[in-house]
Design a protein around this ligand. Structure first.
Ligand code: CO
Length: 134
């Protein structure tokens, strides 16, 4: 059902420093920061030859990243995103297997303008999993 690894998202305490590190030390193709108010994050996309990295930084009062950074002050891997062809079919299959889809269970439009949903980390080996329809 799942296809390629679309991205790995890393929560960072300093977006500018992390962007500079990926650009200047690792020599990666680092984009400009983008505010995603619907998701409570500012995102920097880093394009690698085979996948992407998303640097996440809190935006606004109720950012899901704030608590994560309190628990992980140096930052840390926040989620992985796998591609699926049909996100509704994927959601139904996952729910039938007992996995919990976060939020109201409906896909919403993610940072790339495509439908996404998130699966409860306790149902996936402690890893927050995002599915994105491509
Ligand atoms: Co993501």
């Amino acid at each position: 059902m799942i296809g390629q690894l679309n991205h790995v998202a890393i929560a960072v305490p300093d977006l500018e420093a992390a962007s500079a590190q990926y650009r200047d030390v690792l020599g990666a193709d680092v984009g400009a920061p983008q505010d995603e108010p619907d998701h409570g994050v500012t995102v920097v996309f880093i394009t690698l030859p085979n996948t992407k990295i998303e640097l996440l930084y809190p935006l606004g009062e109720n950012s899901p990243i704030t608590g994560f950074l309190e628990k992980n002050p140096s930052g840390g891997i926040h989620h992985v995103c796998y591609e699926v062809e049909d996100i509704r079919a994927a959601a139904e299959k996952l729910k039938a297997s007992g996995a919990r889809v976060l939020g109201n269970g409906e896909p919403k439009i993610g940072a790339h303008g495509k439908p996404v949903l998130f699966l409860h980390p306790k149902d996936f080996n402690g890893t927050l999993v995002e599915l994105e329809q491509v």
